[in-house]
Design a protein around this ligand. Structure first.
Ligand SMILES: NC(=O)c1ccc[n+]([C@@H]2O[C@H](COP(=O)([O-])OP(=O)(O)OC[C@H]3O[C@@H](n4cnc5c(N)ncnc54)[C@H](O)[C@@H]3O)[C@@H](O)[C@H]2O)c1
Length: 253
């Protein structure tokens, strides 16, 4: 894939950490000129360009997207990756938390895409990739709010793909399983027994290990690239087999 993105420009939200940072770095390695939009882009290093914005604030999104397009000379690829988590059953999260998480995970995509659309329409290779989740397609315990937000991301991906296909804009999403990022590190640190919690998360994946941020980045880069020119309205699972496989228990030694 080296140089497959030469001459293209990309904007990655939540690109200062984890999956977003790995994606921004890979798109850059493949030849794209890449901007990162994040609450705190201080960790972003050249040749990546960091822009401060909060996806819950329409004014900050519009200014960051316009400045990105000005500096890059347009936007061909948009990766809507910024997201936040929540734990609990349907009984556990107050209305304010529902509003906050849906604001970041769902409306964040709406705001950034809305601001980027005029530039995407001018591109000959326009692609949007949303970071969705296994939580959109499998019932996970203690993830009612987060799953509802990612279910909305999956449906929004399909609707956006339909609306913009005739404008030449492809829209897809990736559905990662549990990925070894700073986010999951924070969840493990907060667990009563982090070692047992990590073992449980590893054991939930048929591959027996967490997904790497680089593996998710590779899937996003493929969907974003002209090589995927006939692929739109799809969800690509990067989940160690979690969504599709039904294994028998491992035989006891
Ligand atoms: N880590 C996992 O197991 C996993 C699994 C499936 C899906 N995801 C999704 O992947 C995406 C990235 O997760 P990650 O694990 O890399 O997390 P992370 O915490 O390492 O990175 C998230 C980035 O998003 C930024 N961000 C958060 N809120 C923002 C806002 N309002 N405006 C702008 N930027 C904001 C943060 O500053 C951070 O840099 C999220 O959408 C998450 O739901 C993660």
């Amino acid at each position: 894939m080296t140089s497959t993105l030469a001459g293209l420009t990309a904007l990655v939200t939540g690109g200062a950490s984890g999956i977003g940072l790995a994606t921004a770095e890979l798109l850059s390695e493949y030849g794209a000129d890449v901007a990162v939009l994040d609450l705190d882009p201080a960790a972003v290093r050249a040749p990546l360009r960091g822009f401060t914005a909060d996806v819950t604030d329409d004014d900050s999104v519009r200014s960051a997207v316009e400045e990105t397009a000005r500096q890059l000379g347009g936007i061909d690829i948009l990766v809507n990756n910024a997201g936040t988590g929540a734990a609990g059953t349907v009984a556990d999260n107050p209305d304010e938390e529902w509003a906050r998480v849906l604001d970041v995970n769902v409306l964040g995509i709406v705001r950034v895409t809305r601001a980027a659309l005029p530039y995407l329409r001018r591109s000959a290779h326009a692609a949007v990739v949303n970071t969705c989740s296994i939580a959109a397609t499998a019932g996970l315990p203690q993830r009612a709010l987060y799953s509802a937000s990612k279910g909305a991301v999956l449906s929004l991906t399909l609707a956006m793909a339909a609306d913009h296909v005739r404008e030449g804009i492809r829209v897809n999403c990736v559905n990662p399983g549990t990925v070894d990022t700073p986010w999951v590190g924070r969840l493990l640190d907060a667990a009563a027994d982090p070692v047992a919690e990590r073992a449980a998360l590893n054991g939930r994946q048929p591959t027996g290990r967490l997904v790497t941020a680089q593996e998710v980045a590779a899937a996003i880069a493929y969907l974003a690239s002209p090589a995927a020119g006939s692929t739109t309205g799809t969800a690509l699972a990067v989940d160690g087999g979690m969504a599709g496989l039904r294994l028998r228990p491992e035989p006891q030694a």
